[in-house]
Design a protein around this ligand. Structure first.
Ligand SMILES: C[S@@+](CC[C@H](N)C(=O)[O-])C[C@H]1O[C@@H](n2cnc3c(N)ncnc32)[C@H](O)[C@@H]1O
Length: 274
């Protein structure tokens, strides 16, 4: 059977198991198994070997039982980058690309800015900034040493320089005076955790579950460390803009702004050190 026919059957199978985006998911999994890109699947006439067919079948089964597609392919795109991902570290989400975009816009007028990415995970924000602002000095922190290890591997593979440090929020950068602090902190409430779909629950709990007062602590530390006129940019849960904005004001920050995503949902708050 040619890959195009295999894909049609696999799409049907995923659809019957209520998997989101069955067509693109089948394409990503088959391209990963065959070590090719998605477009090539439609031009290849050679059938799958029995080993390839077995691997593809196993990947389809695991996706149907809740394994995220990124844990099966081992990669996730983020802005212009392709990042390695794996279980144990948060998989970067498309909505965070907007956070990185706003962060990059906020340092547009600053030469050789110092940037800190708090809670870097696999490193998407830090690495996107390092790639798009080669003059920036980028530092990234995370409490998870597993995350820092993966982010450092991504940096090395992409030939990008980021200074990775394990630690709580901005503790590892106490001696820095950044122009920009950016982050996508954990923002799921304890009572929301059980309702999350299996693909989201596949991420580590430290990456999802918001410890009480996390945004307030991050804003207070940011207000202490930022240079005058420096900015902090954070991703938020879509219902949280007013509350997170109040935390920023309470920390003494000004110009508190909520930024909507492409669907009009409030997903980012920025604020400036006066
Ligand atoms: C939602 S994930 C975001 C990861 C990455 N920035 C992204 O957007 O893909 C949150 C990250 O913050 C880290 N984290 C949680 N609490 C932290 C803390 N107190 N200090 C530093 N990092 C923390 C988690 O380990 C996780 O990697």
């Amino acid at each position: 059977m040619r890959p195009a026919e295999v894909l049609a059957r696999a799409t049907d199978y995923l659809e019957r198991h209520d998997v989101e985006s069955p067509g693109p998911t089948a394409e990503l999994l088959l391209a990963s198994v065959l070590g090719t890109d998605r477009a090539a699947l439609y031009t290849r006439s050679e059938g799958l070997s029995s080993a390839e067919a077995r691997r593809f079948g196993r990947a389809l089964c695991r996706r149907c039982t809740g394994t995220p597609v990124q844990h099966l392919t081992g990669v996730q795109g983020f802005r212009h980058l392709t990042l390695a991902v794996r279980a144990g570290v948060f998989v970067p989400r498309p909505e965070t690309e907007i956070v990185a975009g706003i962060a990059i816009a906020m340092i547009a007028g600053r030469r050789s800015p110092v940037v800190v990415d708090v809670g870097t995970g696999a490193g998407p924000i830090a690495l996107a900034i390092a790639a798009e602002r080669p003059d920036a000095r980028v530092i990234a922190t995370d409490v998870s040493s597993e995350a820092i290890e993966l982010a450092a591997e991504n940096a090395e593979r992409l030939g990008l320089v980021v200074d990775f440090r394990v630690g709580d929020l901005l503790d590892p950068v106490r001696n820095e005076h950044p122009d920009l602090i950016v982050g996508n902190p954990p923002y799921v409430r304890a009572d929301e955790l059980d309702d999350l779909p299996p693909v989201v629950r596949a991420d580590p709990e430290t990456a999802l579950l918001e410890p009480p007062g996390l945004y307030g602590r991050l804003f207070r530390q940011s207000a202490q460390l930022l240079r005058t006129g420096g900015a902090v940019v954070v991703e938020i849960g879509e219902t949280r803009s007013a509350e997170v904005g109040r935390e920023a004001v309470a920390a003494g920050l000004t110009d508190v702004t909520t930024h909507p995503d492409l669907a009009g949902r409030d997903r980012v708050v920025s604020a400036v050190k006066p």
